[in-house]
Ligand binder design. Structure first.
Ligand code: FAD
Length: 592
């Protein structure tokens, strides 16, 4: 067994992890701050790899509207309100208060944010916010953030153990004392006991990102199954709000989020037989507005589109956006004035009368680059090809429950970024995830660096991994993803969730083993089963609709309304997923 020791151990190398490592070093440059990650620095995780038509970083800067010293309060109020009042209001305030600093820090470190004519960071309005706060560099904002943070980590010469899969927290005397890892890609034929790595630390920051990979339909990088949630639960910590995931219409072939201009071009929704889907009555407003309210949310009537698509898929069909011809009964002249004005504000070129005749002309008029972008990825709209769409998981709003110091319920364990929970509620304003990773990444690093040194002579027990007798890990993963897509995505109902829970309990009894696979698949399968059980359990406990959680009495019935009784959060603790409810308390003025 190989052993390494450090003061602060940061697990992951995404936006939250790198910010935490930098902060730990800045807090005390004498400390040994170690990063350990799957994949390579700057190449793994969502921050380094994701893109969309315009990625947002939400921030309240000194000049952000509505202006004034306390403009962060409007931001905090938006987070809490849009979150369905089921997040920790204290954490919302910390996010809002620190967001401007985070954006300015990133700009200083080299993120090329777009500037306005006055040389200030340009900002636009995203879903769920009343004021323009979203800063951006373009489609690759997250990647630019990752590059700037990687450069800083290299400048500080912080050690990075790459291509290592952390799979278990080591706990001794009731606190975290390190983690267990295996080299990534270890062939299934190898005995894992001979390759175990123990990384001892006085504090550990979990920044392992979200768990999109427990669903078949997701836009996360491969392997993102929520190891952080699983490790924290297995060690006795708690997760909160884990039923709230951002789900939205994406292109499975290209992972493009079909928001903004894609919907504002008002395409036809067709099935694989070429039949146009009957869009709900308030068409075309609903489709147009979907452009600005992309994630599925019960509070927004545009969720009827997600539902329509989900039901068509459920019936065994496929759904495409067709830009070659106008939808049935479409007439440019009959569009409400509000839509025409909004459309005109988006125009980047003038195609005159052409815009009346096809969604493709409208898309070219408001976002020609996306037509090119899709063509480069094999969807040639100009040749009449259709864009397949599917509701896909993009973000976990919940995670390992943290307090204002980013500390979890387990002493010595901190969490930040998408691995952490409590800071977002049911929904989040667009751009708040990248910002959250910077704000709580910094706080987690600072606090982890202040944990006092304790000598622990107890050596944690080595984990045991079964090699031979069991079920192929890949089979278990496929089964989990099938269950989650079928029962725990857009449409959630008691019978479906019961089936999912029972089957997941059976999967939990199986021992995943590598069958012509590497040990990575075994570790992913173990984590995926526990995380999926937690998500399904939390979904079943919330018997109302709120944010992306649409809860139906029957699969083909009506979504249940929001119930004020459920203005509280589901908390699941330990490997047994013991459930409790948290009722949040808004801080009094003098506590802020
Ligand atoms: C397509 C897409 C578009 C998005 N657009 C936006 C947007 O416009 N605005 C916004 O605010 N948010 C957006 N998000 C969400 C946002 O990008 C993420 O929430 C954020 O980047 C997550 O950062 P993170 O540091 O928490 O995790 P990640 O960047 O995912 O990093 C996780 C790290 O942990 C490592 N890791 C995972 N498991 C292990 C393990 N077991 N052992 C060791 N290492 C491990 C990974 O390799 C990786 O380095 C988008 C997400 C997607 C997928």
């Amino acid at each position: 067994m190989r052993q390494l020791a450090c003061d602060v151990l940061v697990v992951g190398a995404g936006g939250a992890a790198l910010r935490a490592a930098i902060a730990a070093h800045d807090t005390d440059p004498q400390l040994r701050v170690q990063i350990v990650t799957r994949g390579k620095l700057g190449k793994s995780g969502v921050t380094a790899t994701a893109c969309s038509d315009r990625m947002a970083f939400h921030a309240t800067l000194p000049y952000t509207l509505p202006g004034g010293d306390d403009n962060w309060r409007y931001h905090a109020a938006d987070i809490y309100r849009l979150g369905g009042c089921v997040s920790d209001p204290k954490l919302a305030e910390i996010l809002a208060k620190n967001s401007g600093r985070a954006a300015q820090e990133l700009q200083r470190w080299g993120v090329p944010f777009t500037l306005d004519s006055a040389g200030r960071l340009a900002q636009f309005i995203t879903d769920g916010s009343d004021y323009p706060r979203a800063c951006y560099t373009g489609p690759y904002t997250a990647n630019h953030i990752s590059q700037a943070l990687c450069a800083k980590v290299r400048e500080l010469a912080l050690p990075v153990l790459e291509e290592h899969y952390v799979f278990q927290l080591a706990v001794s005397g009731g606190r975290v004392v390190g983690v267990w890892a295996l080299p990534e890609g270890l062939p299934g034929t190898e005995d894992p006991a001979r390759h175990l790595v123990f990384l001892g630390a006085r504090s550990v920051v979990l920044a392992t990102g979200g768990a999109g990979g427990i669903y078949g339909h997701n836009v996360f990088p491969p392997g993102a199954v929520g190891d952080g949630y699983a490790m924290a639960l297995a060690a006795g910590a708690s997760v909160v709000n884990i039923e709230f995931l951002q789900i939205a219409l994406c292109s499975p072939k290209t992972s493009l989020a079909c928001s903004g201009s894609i919907m504002r071009a008002m395409p036809r929704f067709v099935n694989d037989k070429g039949e146009e889907l009957a869009l709900p009555g308030s068409w075309p407003e609903l489709v147009f507005d979907k452009g600005a309210s992309w994630p599925l949310s019960y509070e927004n009537p545009t969720h009827k589109i997600d539902l329509l698509v989900a039901r068509e898929l459920e019936a065994g069909g496929k759904v495409y956006l067709d830009f070659s011809a106008n939808p049935r009964n479409f007439a440019w002249e009959s569009l409400p004035q509000r839509l025409v004005s909004l459309y005109k504000a988006e125009r980047r070129q003038d195609l005159g009368q052409e815009r009346k005749f096809s969604p493709l002309a409208r898309l070219r008029e408001i976002n020609q680059p996306v037509v090119q972008w899709l063509a480069e990825r094999g969807v040639r709209l100009e040749a009449g090809e259709r864009l397949e769409i599917h509701p896909s998981v993009q973000h976990f709003q919940g995670g390992v429950w943290i307090d204002a110091g980013a500390e979890t319920k387990l002493p010595g364990l901190f969490a930040a970024g998408e691995a952490a929970g409590g800071q977002h509620g049911a929904n989040r304003p667009g751009g708040n995830a990248l910002m959250d990773a910077q704000v709580f990444g910094r706080i987690a690093g600072e606090r982890a660096a202040q944990v006092p040194f304790r000598l622990d002579r107890n050596h944690p027990q080595e984990p045991k991994l079964q090699k031979d007798r069991g079920t192929a890990a890949g089979e278990i993963l496929t089964h989990v993803r099938g269950l989650m897509d079928r029962y725990a995505a857009v449409i959630r109902w008691p019978e479906g969730l019961k089936v999912a829970a029972q089957e997941l309990e059976e999967l939990a009894k199986l021992e995943p083993v590598p069958a012509r696979e590497s040990w990575d698949r075994v570790l992913e399968a173990k984590a995926a089963v526990l995380v999926a059980r937690a998500v399904v359990k939390a979904q079943a406990l919330r018997k109302e609709s709120r944010g992306p959680h649409l809860y139906f009495t029957e699969a083909d019935g009506e979504a249940m309304p929001t119930d004020p009784e459920y203005q509280r959060s589901v908390c699941l603790s330990g490997p047994a997923l013991n459930a409790s409810w948290i009722k949040w308390r808004k801080p009094k003025e003098d506590e802020k």
